[in-house]
Ligand binder design. Structure first.
Ligand code: ATP
Ligand code: MG
Length: 568
């Protein structure tokens, strides 16, 4: 069906449409959670291609996670013919390195080293002494070098500490050792393109000519190298659209700097700024709770966030539990109540009536969020006991898994990275690896299903995680607050709302902890529950920001164990 001109903007509200219609020059879209930033970005690209005849190949869309890139790729594929380059910064960096390997003196089949490989390389240089610390130093120095080079190429005065001479020597030896093995590391994926572009104006022109439209989601969390890369790719009059929410900046511990967002207008004096103020995601009570929660730490003091969803009777449930086990029990019981009856009923039907707001609730409508991965355990145990299906998003690199490397070694890149081919590769692996390879097969199959061979191997070398979390699976999601970024669920539990956990006791940036709480709250569409274990100490001070009119204190339930004790 030929798309009707302009129809792509029909599903957008007036502000979103205004944002999507600014196709030339620089545009900053500043907007709170659930205001349709990601949706606007996607429609804007489709609008560019379909209504303005822009070549899809000249559009580069950068997302924060591989998962988000995949999703946007899928959505765009449904809207436009031809491939838009949708990538994370690291995926894009890898593309540049592949294209420019000769200029960089890299073998065409260079690989991206995982952590164990880097450690092995460094051990050969250092012996056993403090390899991990050295790895961090190397990473810091390499990133700093590239950033400084780019800064001075841009005519800025490079700032920062003097780098220790011994450390520079170490970096050089490490780089040489990596190079001789045809390896690059994760930092190189950004540092090398930035260095290359700072030095070679012809390459800058090449990439600027290719990508005339650049869009970046979650711009509040770019780090310096990512920022420098974007600066190189965008001429002063170029078309750059950055979207984000400074109040959702939660990655400073990884070097992200919300300052880049805040200085966009200074970097691009001709930039236009559009705000989106309507929240389509959450109930009015949840929107009010989110705004109140972040207010003491907000970076957008004049923010407006207007709830578009109709009011409901539900308030934000706050539950003080005795201990973590009782807290987990609270989560499970509440889930069972929401699903409308016993867990058996829920398990049999998968989708049961009971919510009333959006029709039936199913398992994939529910998420349990927490500050640190270790907190998931009691909830997992309680869910398992009741036979409720769940999936946990974990973050260990796939390539580091025993068996995976063995399998990949025998994996002949033929026509397709299909699961069948993987199985055939598994048959070639020596008998002695049988068990670990069997595990590896199961881990790799979802990745193989989603990617053809080249990107499959690229994903793997980019440190694809054992991310069995599948947004389409009908399971309850268990996620860290960080991993929940950009997602939404009808029902959200944030467990561990205790002082010392949220905010984290040793947090360097207390305001960032509050923003993390804000990110968590704003994932919820209809129902939000905040719980803590009294055994952990005082409730989170963040809870005090929520006005009484927004919350409902849920009576302490007895834990399964204490119930059993009473029965005895
Ligand atoms: P976050 O800051 O959490 O990443 P976001 O601003 O990117 O949020 P989206 O995820 O794009 O928000 O949209 C939030 C929800 O609102 C989605 O379910 C989306 O489909 C819906 N939505 C966005 N715009 C509209 C609209 N104009 N009309 C109806 N629903 C909308
Ligand atoms: Mg988004």
């Amino acid at each position: 069906v030929a798309p009707v001109p302009g129809a792509l903007l029909d599903g957008l509200d007036p502000d979103q449409r205004a944002a999507a219609s600014v196709v030339e020059g620089q545009l900053l879209i500043v907007a709170g959670p659930g205001t349709g930033k990601t949706r606007t970005l996607t429609h804007r690209i489709a609008h560019l291609v379909i209504d303005h005849g822009v070549d899809p190949g000249s559009v580069l869309a950068i997302t924060f996670t591989r998962r988000a890139a995949e999703e946007m790729r899928e959505r765009l594929a449904a809207l436009v013919d031809g491939d838009v380059n949708v990538a994370t910064f690291h995926q894009f960096g890898l593309q540049v390195l592949r294209e420019q390997h000769a200029v960089l003196g890299l073998a065409p089949d260079f690989a991206v080293a995982d952590e164990p490989t880097r450690i092995a390389v460094l051990r050969e240089i250092l012996g056993d002494s403090s390899v991990r610390k050295a790895l961090q130093d190397i990473s810091r120095v390499k990133r700093m070098f590239a950033a400084r080079l780019a800064a001075s190429a841009a005519g800025e005065l490079p700032i920062g500490d003097e780098i220790d001479g011994d450390l520079i020597g170490l970096v050089e030896r490490y780089d040489k050792a990596m190079h001789s093995r045809d390896l690059v590391d994760f930092d190189d994926l950004l540092a090398m393109p930035v260095t290359l572009l700072s030095r070679q104006i012809d390459l800058v022109e090449h990439y600027r000519a290719r990508y005339k439209w650049i869009c970046v989601d979650e711009y509040q969390d770019v780090d310096e190298l990512q920022y420098r890369l974007l600066q190189e790719l965008t001429p002063p009059t170029g078309n750059l659209c950055a979207i984000g929410d400074p109040d959702q900046a939660i990655y400073s511990f990884r070097g992200a700097d919300v300052g880049f967002f805040l200085r966009f207008q200074r970097d691009f004096p001709t930039a236009r700024t559009v705000q989106l103020t309507r929240n389509y995601r959450s109930s009015p009570v949840i929107v009010a709770g989110a705004v109140a929660a972040v207010r003491p730490a907000t970076l957008v003091p004049d923010r407006e966030l207007q709830a578009m969803r109709p009011a409901t009777d539900d308030r934000i449930g706050i539950h003080p539990a005795a201990d973590e086990e009782a807290e987990a029990q609270f989560v499970v019981q509440t889930i069972e109540e929401l699903l409308g009856g016993s867990s058996f009923h829920a398990r049999d039907s998968g989708r049961v009536a009971g919510d009333g707001v959006q029709g039936g609730l199913s398992f994939d409508d529910i998420a349990v969020l927490y500050r640190t991965a270790a907190q998931a355990r009691p909830v997992m145990e309680a869910l398992s006991r009741e036979g409720l299906p769940f999936q946990k998003r974990s973050h260990s690199p796939l390539a580091g898994h025993p068996g995976v490397q063995e399998l990949v070694k025998h994996f002949v890149v033929a026509q397709d990275a299909t699961p069948a081919l993987l199985r055939r590769a598994a048959q070639q692996v020596p008998e002695e690896f049988a068990d670990t390879v069997q595990d590896a097969l199961e881990l790799l199959q979802p990745l193989a299903l989603r990617h053809s061979p080249e990107s499959f191997l690229a994903e793997l070398s980019l440190g694809a995680e054992v991310d069995t979390w599948d947004p389409r699976a009908n399971r309850i999601s268990l996620l860290t607050l960080h991993a929940a970024k950009g997602l939404e669920f009808p029902v959200v539990f944030i467990i561990g709302c205790a002082d010392g956990l949220l905010p984290m006791q040793w947090a360097e940036e207390p305001d960032e902890e509050r923003r993390l709480f804000f990110v968590g709250i704003s994932r919820a569409q209809n129902h939000l529950y905040l719980s803590h274990a009294q055994r952990r100490g005082a409730p989170s001070p963040f809870l005090r920001s929520l006005d009484d009119s927004l919350v409902e204190r849920l009576a302490g339930r007895t834990s399964r164990r204490s119930r059993q004790l009473r029965l005895l």
